[in-house]
Design a protein around this ligand. Structure first.
Ligand code: SF4
Length: 469
């Protein structure tokens, strides 16, 4: 009889450092494949073994590393590399990527108390930052980036800050390429005069509108209120004012994951919508009743849903973002009404990476060229002046298209999977390119900020994680 050795039952792919899901201490994590799923197997000396699914598509997970490119550094660092990652945020010199997107929180008061707020905001909070504090935060970012690509004015609910227009005009006075305001849409739905003032901030201004669901039950689960009419009225007002809008959807398994395709198609019925950002829930801040085994949604799950149910992007059109491929995926297209031509489908990966961050011409790709001219109702032999299509993601190449095709012809889906106690990976967090600017003059990755640094200047990461300096 032949002896058969017992099998591990999984493929051991590698190892990283993650967090104990109970005490947040750094722990080793094996990366293993089982069927088409990727898991972290962790062991904490105090809290034992933990097994967490971090991706649901082995081929995509492996392909992320093929999209890596050299990172871009900030011009200055705000902290020193002293204790080792993630104890030195930041940004410390050990960080591998500059701020592609920076958030400035102008208040912590909100007119909602969403059960899933990563900032833990509510009407019970009172803090409204002063213009001087906000200017210091903007200047910290400008010192680090010289010309920041994208700043989001966030909160709390920034639209209820008593000086919100002064804040936005102040941000516009800085050398920032694109400014967004992150909002739940309540004021935009109810105050047309405010929308009129926002319209005056164009170009280079956009609304980042919370839009998680079109169903009452899901909105009540995620936001604690039936916001269907508010969301549609906000969109109607933005459409009327012609303000570029990105919808942002927090996705929770079993709550709104079956609506992803429908939301993409609905977004395309508004000409002001430039795209949608899907965020699987990050287990941070207020995240009531969250169960990692039933509620977690993964980047790969959302990518699959878009591919199977949107009728707009195939799964393969949604590619890892080269500066931070583990956390961000993007499908990028040109739209004609509700029809979208995914640019990412026609340009090979090698050419996207070779051109990044410079410009590539649509002329080089015959099928893309034909579709671009179709979109413009021009003859394919016609001449067109070229301009650069604005791209909010600095690490992808700009695609040079005829000047008649402006930002209003862009449509993108972005999936951003932030790191939390479950999927934290020391390699991925060093590539984080979405950062908070703090009033203390620090620039801190979104992931580590929500995990460790948000609770106040005195509560350091080492204290939170019970790690002794
Ligand atoms: S996450 Fe980045 S900034 Fe923070 S300690 Fe690690 S390398 Fe430094």
């Amino acid at each position: 009889m032949n002896f058969v050795r017992p099998s591990k039952g999984y493929t051991f792919y590698g190892q990283t450092t993650s967090l104990c899901e109970t005490c947040l201490r750094l722990v080793p994590a094996k990366i293993v494949f089982e069927d088409n799923d990727v898991f972290f197997l962790k062991r904490c000396a105090e809290h034992g073994a933990q097994k967490t699914r971090i991706a649901s598509d082995v081929a995509y997970y492996k392909s992320c590393k093929d999209w890596l490119k050299p990172g871009d550094r900030p011009l200055v660092h705000q902290s020193r590399t002293e204790h080792g990652c993630p104890y030195d945020c930041g940004l410390c010199p050990d960080h591998e990527q500059h701020s592609c997107l920076a958030l400035i929180e102008v208040n912590d008061v909100c007119n909602l108390t969403c059960p899933v707020c990563f900032a833990g905001s509510s009407p019970a909070h009172t803090n409204q930052r002063t213009l001087a504090e906000i200017e210091f935060m903007l200047d910290t970012l400008v010192e680090s980036e010289r010309e920041p690509d994208l700043v989001q004015i966030s909160g709390g609910e920034p639209t209820i800050h008593p000086q919100i227009m002064e804040i936005l005009r102040l941000a516009k006075s800085k050398p920032i390429r694109h400014i967004m305001i992150n909002t739940n849409g309540i004021r935009i739905a109810r105050d047309k005069e405010f929308v009129k003032q926002l319209a005056e901030l164009r170009p280079g201004f956009e609304v980042y509108l919370q839009f998680d669901s079109m169903r009452r039950s899901a909105l009540e689960n995620l936001r604690g209120a039936d916001l269907r009419r508010i969301r549609e009225q906000a969109l109607a007002n933005l459409e009327e004012a012609g303000i570029s809008t990105t919808l942002v959807c927090v996705i929770k398994k079993g709550v709104n994951d079956d609506e992803i395709g429908e939301i993409v198609r609905h977004a395309l019925t508004y000409s002001c919508v430039r795209g949608i950002t899907f965020q699987p829930i990050q287990d941070a801040g207020r995240n009531e009743g969250f169960d990692k085994n039933t509620d977690r949604m993964l980047l790969t799950d959302i990518r699959r849903e878009i591919g199977q149910h949107s009728g707009v992007f195939d799964e393969s059109d949604i590619i890892p973002l080269p500066c931070n491929p583990d956390e961000i995926a993007i499908g990028y297209g040109l739209r004609d009404g509700t029809n979208v031509t995914p640019i990412t489908r026609f340009i090979p990966k090698e050419e996207i990476l070779a051109a990044s961050p410079n410009t590539i011409s649509f002329e080089k790709y015959p099928e893309l060229r034909r579709r671009v001219f179709d979109l413009m109702s021009l003859s394919v032999t016609g001449e067109a002046t070229k301009s650069v299509l604005g791209d909010l993601l600095c690490c992808l190449p700009q695609v040079e298209v005829p000047e008649d095709l402006g930002y209003d012809k862009v449509f993108r889906v972005v999936i951003v999977q932030f790191l939390d106690r479950f999927n934290f990976c020391i390699g991925a967090v060093k590539r984080s390119c979405i950062h908070f600017v703090t009033p203390q003059g620090k620039i801190i990755p979104f992931d580590t900020y929500n995990l460790f640094y948000r609770e106040g200047p005195d509560k350091t990461l080492r204290e939170a994680a019970h790690v002794h300096a």
